[in-house]
Write a protein that binds this ligand. Sequence first.
Ligand code: SF4
Length: 351
Amino acid sequence: MTRQQENLFEQITARKKELAGKVLILCHHYQHEDVFQFADLTGDSLKLAREAAEAGEYPYIIFCGVHFMAESADILKADDQAVILPDLNAGCPMADMATVDQVAAAWQELADVCGAQRVVPVTYVNSSARIKAFVGNLGGSVCTSSNAERVLAWALARGEKVFFFPDEHLGRNSSKALGIADDEIVVWRRGEKLGGNSAAQLAGAKTILWNGYCHVHQEFLVRQIREWRKKAPDVRIIVHPESPWEVVRAADFYGSTERIIDAVRQSPPGSTWAIGTEVNLVNRLKKQHGDKHIDLLAPTPCTCATMSCITPVNLLWVLDNLAQGKVVNQIRVDAETAAGAKLALDRMLEI
Ligand code: SF4
């Protein structure tokens, strides 16, 4: 650690102490250790948003994650709490692949062909508050990477088809897990008429998947799994369901970040793991489980570049401002959007 870093970390610690009882710092699992070390709560996006809402006594919630996560926290928080994102550039490229205008236009096209009452919209939690509101107002639900199959099954029991945004891979992996046939899963390609499908294809589909993706989890390949198995025959491969279907099929296990953490924690000492998810989480698991052999599945560092926008420097800047009574970079979801999004979030919790 350089002297400069040491200085920075000392200043953050001092500010945290000064603002004790007022500020709650939330860190997503993919956050770099330099920031993660200051977390009061850690977890995946929804767990953090819910826990922050339960910790209603803190007036300021600093969310060290990306934009849609801070929006979810703002929707679930108490009225007198403020949610802050230390860098407004910390967005999620996958969430940005489905704007509400694009989705509304696609929904209309689909409704003209199939009839809107036969389609149930489902959005992954990694989406904007406006998309969640769109889905909520149309009777649909949010899902997470750990309950996507359950939510999809619920949606299929309510309608004949599901329109799923924005992650094609999570949608396909969940559809396959429910036993939906390949010709009943179609991809809606953004910008193409009828998403690049014929009316007959859409009529025969059970799940229609928006073609968004996470660039981090797309970096994992079947070839890497083969190489690992050759190199370490006893390796256990676990990947996140934002990875392509071929990769999920070739792995030993798949699951959300929380499931990956549990699987590694519960494995016996000496286990060898190759993990297909963001590098900061893999590095942390490596450090926490010195009695196990843990590595990233891919040879290249798979980093969520936008999550990395949050640094100790902008965390300190936020804290310095709060110490002077100023709230900077507050994330606010307007009341109408928040109400619609909450419908979709509440529906998921009921499911
Ligand atoms: S890891 Fe992927 S899905 Fe998660 S925030 Fe980064 S880009 Fe978005």
